[in-house]
Design a protein around this ligand. Structure first.
Ligand SMILES: *Cc1c(COP(=O)(O)O)cnc(C)c1O
Length: 417
């Protein structure tokens, strides 16, 4: 063995290896490894931990969307390479789609087509990572940001979301965390993991603070349109005349096709700050060395955006609202779990563990491991999203499984009282 190591020696990479253990997937691997596989026939796995509902028939995408891809593939016109920032029809379609809700319309030149929203995150974190820079991320948040910041060397600073205030941003903590080296603040709206939808007034306050601090806003709107109560979804680009906004999105969640890997960065920059600081050039240069989504998927985007029936979104929203309501109601019946805020959007609820009512459980990770072992129910520990002793529950699964999973969660809690 040692000889082989000497001869073929792999010496590792420069910089920091992305820490897989700290991703959602890493935590879910840990939790599922505790499942009792001898019992898997009697107790099939109930996945309340991840954010991909596409395997459930009630969350299947529209046939219009599937036909769009079949059409672009069959045309034989999209078998070649695409240009770096994406094919023109996709950029135009995304620009028009986002502009529906914006006072300053976007042009195709403002759009960069990426391999899903995660790729957009990776690009922006890299593009902003000059030596000494720091970035403000929400706690709790979406750990893909932290992991990528760690590997590019940009310093992470957390601001708080406040459970007692419907998970609104703690504006004082934003100001307290920032300094002259802060380059940007990341918002996730509608929220993962908290299921929040920020109001117009709240976003306006954030825009004004970001303007005062001179920091870009990165608005992760991958759940665009998935707001299912009275508060409407407001895109951050509405405030682009106050602060330059980089909007991130994808077709993964709204169209329920996360495996198709099609996302975007939209530059909302009426005052031309992002252009004149040359950040947009750097984005393009960075993208020229990174992979792109398949050309025929890009070519389907205009039909996907223009032709999907309103009924499809309406049905998704209704299904999510019903699931969220059932999730919230069933959690009220569990003594040791508190849900401070009924979700208003996205696919998740954050709930708090009350350890004064739990015996023989040391923390949220331990709770999730034992739950997986005893009940085959998989939930994401809050530690994974930056808030220990909480849990993130996905309600975007079919209703019978959701109910079954939450009853098993209650039985588990009763046994460990
Ligand atoms: C799912 C998710 C993403 C990743 O989206 P893809 O388009 O599938 O890469 C990014 N940000 C948040 C907050 C998400 O929940």
């Amino acid at each position: 063995m040692d000889n082989r190591r000497e001869k073929w020696g792999y010496k590792g990479i420069a910089g920091v290896i992305p820490n897989f253990d700290k991703t959602v997937r890493g935590y879910l691997n840990l939790i599922t490894s505790h499942m009792d596989h001898s019992q898997i026939d009697q107790k099939p796995m109930i996945p309340l931990g991840h954010g991909d509902p596409s395997m459930f028939s009630c969350f299947r995408t529209s046939t219009v969307v599937e036909d769009a891809v079949v059409g672009s593939l069959r045309s034989g016109m999209f078998n070649g390479y695409a240009n770096t920032s994406g094919i023109p029809s996709a950029k135009r379609a995304v620009a028009d789609f986002l502009s529906r809700d914006l006072p300053n319309p976007l042009s195709p030149d403002d759009i960069y087509i990426t391999s899903g929203c995660n790729h957009a995150i990776k690009i922006l974190v890299s593009v902003l990572s000059c030596p000494g820079a720091n970035i403000l991320l929400p706690a709790p948040g979406y750990p893909y940001y932290e992991v990528n910041c760690e590997s590019t060397g940009i310093e992470v600073r957390h601001y708080n979301l406040q459970p007692e205030k419907g998970w609104e941003v703690d504006l004082a903590s934003v100001e307290a965390q920032s300094d002259e080296n802060t380059v940007a603040i990341v918002l996730i709206n509608p929220g993962n993991p908290c299921g929040t939808v920020f109001s117009y007034d709240h976003l306006l306050k954030i825009a004004k603070i970001a303007n005062k601090l001179g920091i870009f806003v990165i608005s992760d709107e991958v759940y665009h349109g998935l707001a299912f109560r009275s508060k409407p979804f407001v895109p951050m680009g509405v405030f682009a005349s106050i602060v330059p906004v980089l909007t991130l999105g994808s077709i993964s969640k709204r169209w329920l096709v996360p495996g198709w890997r099609l996302g975007w960065i939209a530059v909302n920059d009426p005052n031309r700050v992002i252009r004149e600081t040359k950040m947009s050039d750097t984005i393009l240069k960075y993208m020229s060395t990174s992979p792109q989504p398949a050309t025929f998927i890009q070519a389907a985007v205009s039909d996907i955006i223009e032709k999907t029936e309103e009924d499809f979104f309406y049905k998704t929203i209704l299904t999510l609202r019903e699931s969220a309501d059932i999730c919230y109601a069933l959690i009220q019946e569990i003594d040791c779990i508190i849900c401070p805020h009924n979700p208003e959007g996205s696919m998740f609820a954050m709930v708090k563990l009350d350890f004064s009512r739990l015996a023989d459980i040391s923390d949220d990770v331990d709770f999730c491991c034992k739950l997986a072992k005893e009940e085959s129910v998989v939930i994401l520990p809050g530690t994974a999203v930056g808030l220990s002793n909480w849990l993130r529950i996905t309600f975007a699964i079919d209703l019978p499984s959701l109910e079954d999973g939450l009853v098993k969660l209650r039985n588990f809690c009763n046994r460990h009282k």
